[in-house]
Design a protein around this ligand. Structure first.
Ligand code: BEZ
Length: 253
């Protein structure tokens, strides 16, 4: 059965451009060199792949979402983009680096993904990633789950759609996959959301997985309640600030 693609590439680009904006920070850890071949795992609509291509890197973008890849191809026709999962990379080998921004918290088989990324690197190649770490957006997700239960729905931990590891946990998996871990950090990164409707838009864009099996009108009501409930906590100086916590890692094959 084909998996449904929930990603709305237009909404991603217009309301959540901060995702690739912050991704530019992590390019300094990657230190791309002219002429290198770099695979961007979870490239979304291709903005960071485009940044890399401007630095004369042979970049290849992969993403599990056909919607995202279709938009990436339209925006940047000179870059090769493919629909692939991080856990099953095929068709590449001996690449200089694998880079991933804001993606690996969606991958609930982290060791398989690490093994798959390790396999396509050349010896000495680097793996550089940033994604949601332990306690990421916890204020928001706790409030949503609480309101779901309050509305009379069951919510089991197994339904939680994200993987938010500590650096101890993730670097242990990196080593199990064969990497020599050269860098790891876990940081608070309070993240401003765009506009008065920023929190609501974030929930509609990213939190769909929490609402599986819940009717649209109930979902709308829960989102409204969460917004009211978090106004005192996350509305600061005239804007919504999400409680992002990131891990950044680098490993060498
Ligand atoms: C994140 O980038 O940390 C993130 C984005 C969407 C949903 C959950 C986490």
């Amino acid at each position: 059965m084909t998996k449904q693609d929930y990603w709305n590439a237009t909404r991603y680009d217009t309301q959540h451009a901060f995702v690739s904006h912050y991704g530019k920070d992590i390019l300094s850890l990657l230190q791309p060199q002219q002429g290198e071949t770099i695979v961007d795992v979870g490239c979304g609509t291709g903005d960071l792949a485009h940044e890399l291509s401007k630095q004369d890197v042979h970049v290849i973008g992969i993403d599990a979402s056909p919607n995202m890849i279709a938009t990436a191809k339209e925006k940047y026709p000179h870059i090769p983009f493919y629909v692939q999962s991080a856990t099953q990379l095929t068709g590449f080998s001996n690449v200089d680096a694998v880079f991933s921004n804001a993606t690996l918290h969606w991958v609930k088989e982290p060791l398989t993904a690490l093994q798959s990324m390790y396999a396509i690197l050349k010896s000495g190649g680097r793996f550089v990633a940033e994604f949601g770490g332990a306690h990421n957006v916890e204020t928001i997700t706790h409030a949503i789950i609480d309101e779901i239960r309050h509305a009379g729905y069951r919510f089991d931990d197994a339904q939680f759609p994200w993987y938010y590891p500590s650096i101890a946990e993730y670097t242990t998996l990196m080593e199990a996959a064969g990497f020599h871990v050269t860098f790891a950090e876990h940081i608070n990164r309070p993240t401003p959301l765009q506009g008065d409707e920023g929190l609501r838009n974030w929930m509609y864009m990213f939190a769909d997985g929490l609402f599986e099996g819940i009717e649209k009108n109930v979902k709308d009501r829960i989102i409204k309640k969460v917004e009211e409930r978090l106004r005192d906590v996350l509305w600061q100086d005239g804007r919504w600030i999400a409680d992002y916590k990131r891990i950044r890692v680098m490993g060498v094959k």
